[in-house]
Design a protein around this ligand. Structure first.
Ligand SMILES: [Zn+2]
Length: 410
C-alpha cells in the first residue's frame, strides 16, 4: 500500500483503523471507511509545479495520492477525460466533463481500475461486484486483459447494452430477479461464501479513491482554479463522495485554496439522498432513508444508497444542494446535451444538466460563476432512453418519387 497512507477512518463512528486491520467496512459499526493520507508529506514531496513536467495524461499521473504500491502496467487509457467549455444562456462559465470517454464508457472505470490494481498487488484472482450496469461492465472491461476472473450481479432489468458489455468481455453475469439492492446483498453473500474480493460501490473503500481522480483532473484542467459548483447525478452516493474526497485532498495538500459547492441531482423517482439531506438538516446524526426507486435513469435507481452518509456530508459540508428532477426532464436533457454540445450521455449521465436548469431557475446560480457538470456515462449504454427522448426519423422507400413526397411534407 502507498507509504503516504496513514490509516482509515469510519465515516459513521469516526473510529480510526490501521490499513492492515480493515478490508471493507468498519469492524465496529459497519460504516463505510475513508482512507487518510499524510497531506504534509505529499505537499513536501509533490509540489503542485511537479505536474507541469508530468506527461502521463491518465489517472496514473496521481499515483502518489492513490492506495497502490506501484505504477500499474495498463494498456487502456483511463481518465484525463475532456473538460469542455460550452456555450450557455445562463451567463455562467459552464464546463462539461465527458466521462463517457473512459474505456467502458463511464466514470466507474476510475473506481474499478484502483480496486483491480490493488487486488492484483495482493495476488487476488477473483473479483465480484453488484452493479446497476456500469460498475459491472467496467469490471468486465478492465479485468479482461489482466487474467483476473470476475462475477457480476445486476438487476434483471439493466439495459441490454450494459449486459452485452459484461458478456463480451467474458465476465460471469448473474441477472438478479429483483432490484439493484437485492443484487447488492446477494453479491456480499456470494463474496463472503466464496472468498471473492468485492468491488461493490461504497462497501469497498477503494472505489471512492478511484473516483476522486475526477476532481483532481477538474482542478488541474482549470489550471488549479476551483469551480464554484460541481453538479453530478446521485444514486449510491459514491461518485459525489469520491469527488468531494478529491477536492478535500487537494485542499488538505494545499494545491487549492477553497472548496466548491457540490450539487447532487436525483430523480423524484429515486430520491433517497434528497430525503436524507432534508432530515439531516435538523439533526446531529445522518440517517439514510430508503425509497422504492423506479427512475428510467437506471444508473441512479437505488432504494438504499450504499455510500449515502458520505454523500450527504459532502452536500452539507460544501454548503451545496440536492436537486430533484422529473424523469421527463432527464429525457429532455439527453437531447439538449447531444444537440447543443455534441455529447451523447445516458439518462443518469445527463441528469446533471437537468439539475443545472433547476439551479438557474431558482436563482441559486450567479452570473459569472464557474460550473462543472459531469456526464457520468455514455449514451450508447441505453439507446432505448435516447429513442424515447427523440424519435425523429422518417421512413422512406428507396425511390425518387417517394422521396419527393416525403420532402413535400417538411
Ligand atoms: Zn464505525
Amino acid at each position: 500500500m502507498n507509504m503516504y497512507i496513514e490509516g482509515a477512518k469510519c465515516i459513521r463512528c469516526n473510529k480510526e483503523w490501521q490499513i492492515s486491520e480493515i478490508r471493507y467496512q468498519c469492524p465496529t459499526c459497519q460504516g463505510n471507511l475513508d482512507i487518510a493520507y499524510n497531506y504534509k508529506a505529499l505537499r513536501n514531496n509533490y509540489p503542485k509545479t511537479s505536474f507541469r513536467q508530468n506527461k502521463l495524461y491518465s489517472i496514473w499521473r496521481y499515483l502518489p495520492f492513490l492506495p497502490l504500491k506501484k505504477m500499474p502496467e495498463r494498456p487502456l487509457q483511463l481518465g484525463w477525460t475532456p473538460l469542455y467549455p460550452v456555450p450557455n444562456e445562463y451567463g455562467i462559465k459552464l464546463f462539461i466533463k465527458d466521462e463517457g470517454r473512459n474505456p467502458s464508457g463511464s466514470l466507474k472505470d476510475r473506481a474499478t481500475a484502483i480496486v483491480l490494481e490493488a487486488a492484483q498487488e495482493a495476488g487476488i484472482t477473483h473479483l465480484t461486484t453488484a452493479s446497476t450496469g456500469n460498475a459491472g461492465s467496467s469490471l468486465a472491461c478492465l479485468s479482461a486483459s489482466m487474467g483476473i476472473e470476475t462475477t457480476v450481479f445486476v438487476p434483471d432489468k439493466a439495459p441490454e447494452a450494459k449486459i452485452a458489455q459484461m458478456c463480451i468481455f467474458g465476465t460471469r453475469v448473474y441477472s438478479v430477479i429483483g432490484s439493484y439492492d437485492d443484487a447488492y446483498d446477494l453479491c456480499i453473500r456470494a463474496s463472503n461464501l466464496l472468498g471473492w474480493y468485492n468491488r461493490s460501490t461504497g462497501y469497498n473503500p477503494l472505489t471512492r479513491e478511484g473516483k476522486k481522480t475526477c476532481a483532481y483532473e477538474i482542478c488541474e484542467q482549470l489550471d488549479w482554479h476551483v469551480p464554484d459548483w460541481v453538479i453530478v447525478s446521485v444514486g449510491d452516493g459514491n461518485i459525489l463522495s469520491g469527488l468531494w474526497k478529491g477536492f478535500k485532498d487537494l485542499y488538505g495538500i494545499g494545491y487549492i485554496d477553497r472548496l466548491p459547492k457540490m450539487a447532487g441531482v436525483q430523480s423524484f423517482a429515486s430520491n433517497a439522498i434528497a430525503l436524507s439531506v432534508r432530515s439531516a438538516q435538523n439533526k446531529a446524526s445522518i440517517d439514510i432513508e430508503s425509497v422504492q426507486a423506479s427512475t428510467i435513469a437506471d444508473s441512479i435507481s437505488v432504494n438504499t444508497p450504499r455510500d449515502g452518509v458520505f454523500a450527504v456530508k459532502a452536500i452539507l459540508e460544501s454548503r451545496g444542494m440536492i436537486i430533484e428532477v422529473t424523469d421527463e426532464k432527464i429525457l429532455m436533457a439527453i437531447k439538449t446535451v447531444a444537440q447543443r454540445w455534441g455529447i451523447f450521455g445516458e439518462p443518469a449521465g445527463v441528469a446533471c444538466v437537468a439539475g443545472l436548469e433547476k439551479l438557474w431557475e431558482d436563482g441559486t446560480l450567479k452570473s459569472g460563476e464557474v460550473v462543472v457538470c459531469i456526464i457520468t456515462g455514455n449514451g450508447l449504454k441505453d439507446v432505448g432512453s435516447a429513442l424515447k427522448a427523440s424519435l425523429n426519423r422518417v421512413r422512406v422507400i428507396a425511390s425518387q418519387s417517394d422521396l419527393t413526397q416525403v420532402l413535400r411534407r417538411i
